[in-house]
Design a protein around this ligand. Structure first.
Ligand code: DHB
Ligand code: FE
Length: 285
């Protein structure tokens, strides 16, 4: 069976990737954010999985806005980095794992999660920035193949938090049912509080972010009970990206150990959080 060894939750703000690409991570505006990643990166470097599942959202870069799948999965053997208007980021293409993708797809459809299938997909900052948070210097290749799972968080009606948590639980069962003995890291991406447009542009809510960061570990079902409207009220219209953390968390054990977390305001217009959880509480790390 495949075994989830860790879960990494992280914001995906594009300028975090740009700071790495331009070599400005030591600048005063960025240093504290990147220093906050260091303990997570060091631990992750010691715990490389065979494959990573990245739960993320596209921002109308890989998928046109005339098609809005609520949930999707990539089944390709390679995903090119999208040009979001400034040229491609100077990072490697993402290698896929079609065999695992197709297994997860089949299991999830059998559990009544009818994911849209992406046989071709360009991946935007929603996926590449979390990979950079994990691995700042990938060289020619990211640490392992990736299965992308996509979630609509940009167009109403986004899936409910409860539905995301349930998808995560079904994903956990699907991973456990994989016939190959492999290790899996799972990333839940996006957030934390932010709103990029409208009357509340620039809105950030540290109290809610702190509550979310603690409760995602201890009582995710409580977060899954929040309505879409309450999430947008508390976290901002783009802060609803946080529902993707619940898919990651749902795929993990009831009890997880926090390895490291860090919170920084603001990265661009966003409250940036990172939280790393060890899924093997009862086993040596
Ligand atoms: C920003 C945040 C996002 O989540 C995003 O997708 C794009 C931009 C920002 O804060 O700049
Ligand atoms: Fe975003």
């Amino acid at each position: 069976m495949a075994d989830v060894i860790w879960g990494l939750a992280t914001s995906h703000v594009p300028s975090i990737g740009a700071a790495m690409d331009r070599g400005t991570t030591e600048d005063p505006a960025w240093k504290d954010l990147f220093d906050g990643y260091a303990p997570a990166r060091a631990w992750l470097a010691e715990h490389e999985p065979d494959v990573a599942i990245v739960v993320y959202n596209d921002h109308a870069n890989g998928i046109d806005l005339d098609i809005i799948p609520t949930f999707g999965i990539g089944t390709a053997d390679r995903y090119q980095v999208a040009d979001e208007g400034f040229g491609q980021r100077p990072v490697p293409d993402v290698i896929g794992d079609p065999e695992l993708s197709l297994h997860l797809l089949e299991q999830l459809v059998d559990e009544n999660f009818d994911l849209t299938v992406f046989q071709e997909l360009e991946v935007d900052h929603g996926l590449t920035v979390p990979l950079s948070v994990w691995t700042p210097d990938p060289g020619d290749a990211w640490p392992c193949p990736v299965v992308p799972i996509l979630v609509n968080v940009i167009q109403y009606p986004q899936p409910t938090a409860a539905r995301c948590y349930a998808l995560g639980q079904a994903l956990g069962r699907a991973i456990a049912a994989y016939p190959k003995d492999i290790t899996v890291g799972i990333l839940g991406t996006g957030g934390m509080s932010h709103q990029l447009a409208g009357a509340r542009a620039g809105y950030i809510n540290p109290e809610f972010d702190t509550f979310w960061m603690e409760t995602i570990q201890t009582d995710p079902a409580r977060l899954a009970a929040l309505s879409r409207e309450e999430l947008i009220r508390q976290a901002g219209s783009e802060g609803i990206e946080l529902i993707m953390w619940l898919i990651m968390r749902g795929a993990m054990n009831a009890e997880v150990a926090k390895v490291h977390s860090h919170y920084f305001v603001p990265a661009s217009n966003t409250a940036a959080g990172v939280a790393l959880f060890d899924n093997r509480v009862s086993q040596p790390a």
